[in-house]
Design a binder for this molecule. Structure first.
Ligand SMILES: *[C@@H]1O[C@H](CO)[C@@H](O)[C@H](O)[C@H]1NC(C)=O
Ligand SMILES: *[C@@H]1O[C@H](CO)[C@@H](O)[C@H](O)[C@H]1NC(C)=O
Length: 464
């Protein structure tokens, strides 16, 4: 199959499954795939298409769904940046020709695209913590730079922003009409693609994008661990996890053969090809319908792509089973979850600051959070993935607060390890905030299996 055929397939697949995300009463039982609407076998091409997240028909989402007597108190949004140019080149090949300028008459398009460019090009004033000031505010290279956000990436987040605006601002009036900078909490890593993704989302979200009301903090760590990054046991889990990955790869003879063939095509040692992480670049070719690279010796093709992508799927499966990544994730995600519950607790006390928090991040940020929450069925974070925590207050019992967790618009609250059985006991369609708080303060360390009950001890456990 070539890229064109795969993309034609997309036209059939996206409207029935990914776009609607299986939003039905059944979506409670499983995250994705929904057994009723999605093929039972994991198909590498299908998975790759979901990963691309090509903007198509309007998406159905479950954000903001609550009974009438619930009031929305605060919202905490974690995003992965949108579609980007590869981070690596396949050595000795021409890199894909993708235009990273933003152009109205090119697909995908969003009605706010031109206004976004015009607003961004006027500059930002003092809206960013150093060193974010030095980053460009929107992608603007006729041939994308490495890792640069593309027009697709901008459109994905303009769409996310608009979707959240319709639900949280128009419907639930999360922000007062005279909202101020204090009511937003914005944080991004220091890459242009995360800052620009955050700006595009806010541009779609906010009723008036006023630089005076925007302040982005800089987060140096992709784990968003701020002052609590030092955690030796987390690093040990990661090393063991990487060892597992390496051993699984060695066992896959078809994968080794494929790397060998590709290395021959580009005329470099297999080792060097593997180190260049070709799947990253191949996904870009795939998502942008640009044919895979050729040399005098032949072409990289869809069969190569399928073998590598299939291996990725198998790797994720084994990763779930072996649980080393879970150990890494519980420790890696603690600081950001701890910060999130603190922010929620302040909101329950009636404080009106930080009602909307946005963390503009990476796959390596979202993936540990999903895993730590026990969402092991959740797919690997696609481009412009969003993970949302909603905090609600029961107007009939104002002292009671509840949370909902949504991943790419699907309600996953009752898939989390801290709320799995709750809905069987309670008619409320959400999870008590205390469940999440107890999980983050204590149970996530108990889940590690040792005797530690706090972050510091768990990070410094001897003899692990
Ligand atoms: C993919 O590219 C081919 C040309 O290389 C073009 O004919 C086709 O329409 C494109 N498909 C999509 C879905 O954009
Ligand atoms: C968790 O949050 C509390 C309250 O904000 C803070 O005092 C504590 O240091 C945090 N712990 C970690 C490990 O980040």
């Amino acid at each position: 199959m070539d890229v064109l055929t795969a993309l034609l397939l997309l036209v059939h697949l996206i409207p029935v499954s990914a776009a609607k995300n299986g939003v039905s009463s059944k979506s409670r039982k499983r995250i994705l795939p929904d057994p009723a609407t999605e093929p039972p076998v994991t198909d590498p091409i299908y998975e790759a298409l979901l990963y691309c997240n090509i903007p198509s028909v309007a998406e159905h989402s479950m954000e903001g769904h609550a009974p009438h007597h619930f009031k929305l108190v605060s919202v905490h949004v974690f995003i992965r940046h949108g579609d980007r140019y590869p981070l690596y080149v396949i050595p000795k090949t021409k890199r894909p020709e993708i235009d990273c300028t933003l152009v109205a008459n090119r697909k995908p398009y969003h009605p706010k695209l031109e206004a976004f460019v015009s607003h961004m090009s006027k500059g930002s004033g003092a809206s960013f913590e150093s060193p974010l000031n030095s980053l460009p505010l929107y992608p603007n290279h006729p041939l994308c730079e490495m890792g640069e956000l593309t027009q697709t990436g901008v459109v994905q987040h303009l769409q996310n922003g608009q979707l959240l605006r319709d639900i949280y601002l128009k419907k639930h009036k999360l922000l007062p009409t005279d909202w101020s900078a204090d009511q937003l909490y914005l944080e991004t890593t220091g890459k242009s693609r995360t800052l620009q993704s955050g700006l595009a989302l806010l541009y779609g979200f906010l009723p008036d994008f006023d630089w005076k009301k925007i302040y982005f903090r800089h987060q140096p760590s992709a784990l968003f661990c701020s002052g609590s990054c030092y955690c030796p046991v987390r690093n040990q889990y990661l090393e063991k996890e990487q060892r597992r990955q390496y051993l699984l790869r060695l066992k896959n003879s078809q994968l080794e053969k494929t790397y060998g063939e590709m290395a021959k095509i580009v005329d470099i040692p297999t080792k060097q090809l593997r180190a260049a992480n070709p799947i990253d670049s191949m996904l870009c070719h795939f998502c942008h319908n640009v044919s895979f690279p050729c040399t005098r010796n032949g072409c990289v093709d869809m069969e190569h792509f399928k073998v590598i992508k299939t291996h990725q799927i198998e790797d994720e499966k084994e990763r779930r089973e072996k649980k080393l990544y879970l150990g890494y994730s519980l420790l890696g995600a603690h600081p950001i979850l701890n910060q999130t519950i603190s922010r929620m607790q302040r909101a329950t006390e009636g404080r009106k600051e930080e009602l909307f928090a946005l963390y503009s991040a990476h796959d390596v940020t979202l993936s540990p959070v999903l895993s730590a929450l026990g969402l092991s069925e959740a797919r690997f974070p696609r481009f412009a993935a969003r993970l949302i925590f909603e905090l609600w207050q029961d107007r009939e019992k104002p002292s009671e607060h509840s949370v909902r967790i949504l991943y790419n618009g699907v309600d996953v609250t009752f898939h989390t390890s801290f709320c799995q059985d709750h809905h069987k006991r309670s008619p409320k369609p959400m999870c008590p905030l205390e469940n999440l708080v107890h999980f983050v303060k204590r149970d996530m360390f108990v889940a590690l299996g040792g005797s530690s009950t706090n972050y510091y001890d768990a990070c410094h456990r001897e003899g692990f």
